[in-house]
Design a protein around this ligand. Structure first.
Ligand SMILES: Cc1cc2nc3c(=O)[nH]c(=O)nc-3n(C[C@H](O)[C@H](O)[C@H](O)COP(=O)(O)OP(=O)(O)OC[C@H]3O[C@@H](n4cnc5c(N)ncnc54)[C@H](O)[C@@H]3O)c2cc1C
Length: 330
């Protein structure tokens, strides 16, 4: 086995995604500690030119699997390619971001490589020349340190690892794809875009989340949700939600933060009218700065908050928006 680290760098619309570049940054740093290099793997048709730019983000080699066979995303297809390249490169560790696609296909790829997977990791390090990963367990109450007898496979929580810049000059190397569309159990025919321009809560640097305390948006809570939206716009934030409001049909499931929703680690998380149930905390307690607005000074959310405001969302959210508008000049 080599000391290199293979990193799947996710592409969307012909460009590397932010979580993909963060995974590459993490791979670069781990490879430096191991005395090896980061090898980026891109699976996208027609992406060679853009993929070659990954040298600037820490890759020493860039492998591109392109062509018709990769076509639209397919879990089987992507898993086959990643497992094949993991074997071909003999990397000490194989990394990808824990995005919806990463969660979907990387476990399958690890199984094909007959390896385990450390999912949703928040730390990587080399110990005695071996790669190790740390991942929160028991809803974030404990941290497990994971090593592997052979190749270490890990997915990385978005927004925890930083991007790196380097002056590596690389040329994209094409890798063969040894399967055709006929070998896939399921083929994705079409991918429909969600609401245009909407920031994904799992990738955003700032998240403003609403809970049941904002009340029904189709009734007395309408102004509260409008105010939340305005606060998010002033901060350039994504909107998130507790499960209670998603279950009530007040917000889409894609916004749900928590154990059965998305895990977020933004620089700033503002929880409005959210009690802070353990299942909600499991998805956001890794945020760098947490602000909680709640009328109940005993609400559990205040136990994890860096800044707590005891008050009514009806008053606090518009006042905060107005103050931020003035400070930020927006
Ligand atoms: C298996 C399982 C999985 C789950 N997964 C998730 C998950 O992924 N995500 C998740 O969020 N939950 C999850 N839950 C549900 C979780 O237990 C809570 O029920 C839920 O998080 C509560 O949502 P909430 O905080 O919006 O509502 P509530 O608990 O009802 O809290 C509302 C809060 O708003 C405050 N409030 C009320 N009015 C105002 C006002 N005018 N101004 C200011 N504050 C006000 C109240 O003081 C209260 O603290 C899960 C539960 C189970 C059993």
């Amino acid at each position: 086995m080599s000391n290199d680290v293979l990193v799947f760098v996710e592409f969307s619309d012909g460009k590397a995604t932010k979580p993909g570049l963060q995974a590459l940054g993490a791979g670069h740093n781990l490879a430096s500690q191991l005395g090896g290099s980061a090898i980026a793997l891109v699976i996208a048709a027609g992406a060679d030119a853009e993929a070659a730019n990954l040298g600037k983000n820490g890759a020493s080699r860039v492998l591109v699997a392109g062509g018709d066979a990769v076509g639209n995303y397919s879990p089987d297809g992507f898993a086959n390619i990643l497992a094949q390249q993991a074997e071909a490169t003999g990397a000490a560790a194989v990394l990808a971001s824990a995005t919806p696609a990463g969660k979907d296909f990387v476990a399958r790829a690890a199984a094909k490589a007959k390896c385990g997977l450390a999912a949703d990791c928040t730390e990587l390090k080399a110990d005695g020349g071996k790669p190790m990963a740390e991942r929160p367990v028991y809803a974030g109450k404990a941290v497990a340190t994971v090593s592997a007898p052979g190749q270490l496979w890990a997915t990385l929580r978005p927004n925890v690892f930083g991007e790196v810049s380097s002056d590596n000059t690389v040329t994209a190397e094409s890798v063969s794809v040894s399967f055709g569309p006929g070998d896939l159990k399921a083929v994705v025919q079409e991918i429909l875009a969600g609401v245009k321009g909407k920031l994904d809560v799992a990738e955003a640097e700032i998240v403003v989340s609403g809970g049941r305390g904002l009340k029904d948006p189709n009734g007395e809570g309408k102004a509260n949700w409008d105010n939340l939206q305005q606060l998010a716009e002033v901060l350039g934030a994504a909107t998130g939600a507790s499960r209670a409001v998603v279950d009530a049909g007040w917000r889409p499931h894609g916004e749900q933060v928590g154990q059965t929703g998305k895990t977020v680690s933004p620089k700033l998380y503002i929880a409005c009218g959210i009690s802070g149930a353990i299942q909600h905390l499991a998805g956001m307690s890794g945020s760098k700065v947490i602000v909680a607005i709640n009328k109940d000074d005993n609400a559990p959310i205040f136990k994890v908050a860096d800044y707590g405001i005891v008050g009514m969302v009806e008053d606090v959210v518009p006042a905060l928006t107005a103050a931020l508008k003035e400070t930020l000049g927006s």
